[in-house]
Design a protein around this ligand. Structure first.
Ligand code: ADP
Ligand code: MG
Length: 264
């Protein structure tokens, strides 16, 4: 009997957790913009909103209050991941969040293997996407541990203006713990400097100091500070659509291209 030719092994999608327990560092903005950039580049992209604030869901034009099946239903086994998937105007798919996720957090804590719930939940759709981006909440709680356990890589947005990035050290410690116990394959894709204002010496000094200080890659280019970012969520589109030709959109496209080049 002829043997079935061996097929290219399927390693599943690149799963990227976008995490930083500090709020307001552009995690959500980065997930929406990179998701749109990867979509423009022809990749099949799924975004997962893992924040009870549902900013990602809202900013992509979906009213969290009108969502019927959300990420909390998936995590608590009330629905499967495919049942929760919506398609956004920007073209990428989204598993939305609602405020109900706040309660799911507490319920998850009582479960065995609670850190592996997202990883298992994404199994049924691993052949449907090339890239999965997970938008984390500003905490290192069980939901973020789920993201880091499901992910192959973590991306850490950070603001160049801040005097202290102490939280980043703590996050990298958490990544090291996750690698030891939950997900030995987890890698740090890099830090992404956001809200960068190259006119200030301080921002330039912070940027220059980053690689040495943390010993992890710093993605390039830094994302410039621009009021255009504040306008995007109001129209329910990512910056790539709301301000197509802006410097911010161009920077995210460049970062996305560099990430894709690294993966290919
Ligand atoms: P996080 O998800 O980390 O809390 P967000 O993505 O919600 O952060 O961003 C926080 C705020 O900063 C939002 O109002 C967003 O519009 C704004 N913002 C994001 N990126 C930039 C940027 N490059 N320049 C100026 N404002 C930005
Ligand atoms: Mg956010």
């Amino acid at each position: 009997m002829p043997r079935t030719p061996s097929r290219t092994p399927n390693h599943g999608p690149h799963v990227l957790a976008v995490a930083n327990q500090k709020g307001g560092v552009a995690k959500t903005t980065t997930v929406a913009a990179l998701g749109a950039a990867f979509t423009e580049a022809g990749r099949r992209v799924l975004l997962v909103d893992l924040d009870a604030q549902a900013c990602l869901t809202f900013s992509l034009g979906i009213d969290p209050e009108a969502v019927e099946v959300a990420v909390d239903d998936v995590l608590l086994g009330r629905a499967s991941a495919p049942e929760a998937v919506l398609t956004t105007e920007d073209g990428m798919d989204l598993i939305p969040s609602t405020i109900e996720l706040a309660g799911a957090d507490a319920q998850l804590l009582a479960r065995p293997a609670r850190e592996f719930v997202l990883r298992s939940a994404l199994e049924p759709i691993r052949d449907d996407y090339d890239i999965v981006l997970v938008d984390c909440s500003p905490s290192l709680g069980v939901l973020t541990l789920n993201a880091l356990t499901a992910a192959g890589e973590v991306l850490i947005p950070l603001q160049c203006e801040m005097l202290s990035h102490r939280g980043v050290g703590q996050l990298l410690d958490t990544v090291a713990d996750v690698r030891k116990i939950l997900n030995p394959d987890l890698q740090v894709l890099g830090m992404l400097p956001t809200m960068f204002d190259g006119r200030t010496t301080h921002a330039r000094a912070v940027l220059a100091d980053l690689p040495e200080r943390y010993g992890v890659p710093v993605l390039s280019p830094p994302i410039p500070k621009s009021v255009r970012f504040a306008e995007a969520p109001a129209v329910g589109r990512s910056i790539l659509a709301s301000a197509r030709g802006s410097k911010g959109a161009a920077a995210y496209r460049e970062v996305a291209a560099a990430v894709l080049a690294g993966w290919d």
